[in-house]
Design a protein around this ligand. Sequence first.
Ligand code: PLP
Ligand code: COI
Length: 348
Amino acid sequence: MDALADKKALNWSELGFQYHKTDYRFSAVYENGAWGAGELVSSDLISVHEGAPSLHYAQQCFEGMKAQTTADGRVLLFRPDLNSERMNLAAVRTLMPEVPQAMFIDAVEQVVRANYAWIPPYGSGASLYIRPMLIGVGENLGLRPAKKFEFRVFASPVGPYFKGSGLSVISLAVSALDRAAPSGTGSFKVGANYAGGLLATRLAQQLGANEALYLDAREHRYIDEAGSANIIIAMKDGSLVTPRSNAILPSITRRSLMVLAKDQLKMPTAERPIDLRAEFDQFDEAAACGTAAVLSFVGKIWFDDAWHVIYKDGQSSGPVMQQLYDLLTGIQVGRLPDPYGWTHAVKI
Ligand code: PLP
Ligand code: COI
């Protein structure tokens, strides 16, 4: 692949969060106790046996990450080591083989490099979304793990996850449905969590919200997370808080934002249970954070049959979230120094 190939003729700044077929993806197979070397392939189709445990019993997991172009033309990943770690935690939880970190990062780099023409240019507001996935394939019927697995990495150029977002305000509706039980799979990025959430998201959207907000499944009292992102809250006392829960995905974006708030904004930070109804009056700013969501300001939350407003009319962001957004995205696209070594340049 010619590293200087022209970019595709896409209207980058108009992209939504949709699948675009790119030229190459990586595929490796695990069989007889070992991973094959894997290779780039061009077909976007996977041929799996009808008895595959990933299809019946959701024996699968996935990751989400982004590659971004810097002003001087470098291509950066953000903390890919943490995506690899998290995928392996899910693999262990669902009885799948771990993907060695070197193999994971090499596969992601190969896919980014091979799809160079699809990486949105600096300043477009778009990025190359990368979706590593690990699935149980091969014939099976009883409830037992697969003997064969595929590790695949594909990529698609994407724009903002929430329609009309970027810097605009989203709304969340508390779901009566639960996403994950306290000792279930909520903290692992497995597809089953998301299948169960499709209806919750639809019901939230029918109320006019962008996404569902889950409270803890035991008491329906403490904030867990949104359907596709974690939650952070700037409190009126000047602290930044985020839910402590073993039923939520350990967001890499959230972990990074908590560090930035503490180090750069000198805010007291805490990961603790957040009682939505008891503490709502103390919320100054709230946001949903994640790879796809980036940092989306939460303007209002639906609960107890009413909208509860955080951002007042006409406000499109608060100062804390705006600063965090600028710091995070500044590091991710190489506009700001990266004192933490979070970015990972892909050799093009
Ligand atoms: N929570 C859920 C349910 C998610 O799907 C995601 C997205 O990956 C996140 C949180 C955010 O995690 P991260 O910041 O690692 O992308
Ligand atoms: C991500 O942010 O990477 C995710 O996987 C969320 C998904 C619902 C798009």
